[in-house]
Design a protein around this ligand. Sequence first.
Ligand SMILES: O=C(O)CCC(=O)C(=O)O
Ligand SMILES: [Fe+2]
Length: 265
Amino acid sequence: MRKFNDTGIYTKNNFDEYWDKGFIIIKDLVDPELCEYSNVLARSIADKDFGQIMHLHKEDFLVAQSAEKISQMGSLHEKVMYYRKLKQISNHFNEFLKNPEIVQYLSWLYGRQMAGLLTNLFFKEPGTKYCKQAWQVHQDNNYTGNENGMYVTVNLTFNYMSQKNGGLRLYPGSHKLGVLEAEERVSYRESDGKPGNTITEKLPMDPVECELEKGDVLFMHGLCAHESSDNLSNDGRPLLSLGYMAMGEKFDPGFQSKRSITFLN
Ligand SMILES: O=C(O)CCC(=O)C(=O)O
Ligand SMILES: [Fe+2]
C-alpha cells in the first residue's frame, strides 16, 4: 500500500494529525451492529455492579471474574453452560482485537507490525457503583511501562460517548512530553471512584472533549494524557479499550493483569 492517499482515511492529514495531537478519531470504522452485539455479550457476563471486565479476550480471565456468579448457580449443568458461554465470548473479543480495519490502520500509523496486548470494558452503568468512576489524568503507557512509548490504546463505545455520560477528555500534544511521573492508584474495581495512575505535574495544555458514536474508533498514543468524569446521566457508556504494542517492544506484563501478546494476523 502507498503510504498516503488523497482521499479516505490513509491521508497525510490524518497521519500528521495523529502524530501532532497524539490521537485521532476515525468515524464509522467498524460496523455499529458489531458494537451492539458485543454489548449484548459483555452485559450478559457483567456482575451486579457492572465492574470493569479485564481481558475479555481471555477465557481464564472471564472465568476468574465470574467466580461469584458461577458459585451461585445451582446445578452442574448451569455451570458448564455458563463456562461454555464464557469461552465463546472470549473468542468473540479475541477476534475483535484482531479487527482488520483497526489493525491495518495502526500498522499504517506506526509503520510497524503490531501485537494485541489487552482488552478492557468500562460500563459506567447508570445507577451502579462504577457510574461514579472519574479517571484521573494518566498515560496508558504507564501501565505497560514501555520506554519507547510504543503502546497504543484503541477505544470504541458500544453506545455513544460524550461529556454527558462520562466520556474522555484528551490532552492534545501531551504524548510529546514523554513518559511523565505518576502516582500509582488502584485502577481495577477501585473503591474510591478515582482510578488512574495520576500524572503529578500540571500539564501545559487544556484537554479537549472526546465524542464518539457507535462505530467510531479513537486511536490514542500510549503517552497521550487523558481523564474522564463520572456518569450521572441515564445513558450507559460501555467503552471497549483495546491495547496494542509494536511488535518486539518490551512491556511490563503486570502481576494481576498478566498481559501477553496476541498475534494479529
Ligand atoms: O473509562 C474511562 O473513562 C477511562 C478508562 C481509561 O482511561 C483507561 O482504562 O485507561
Ligand atoms: Fe486510560
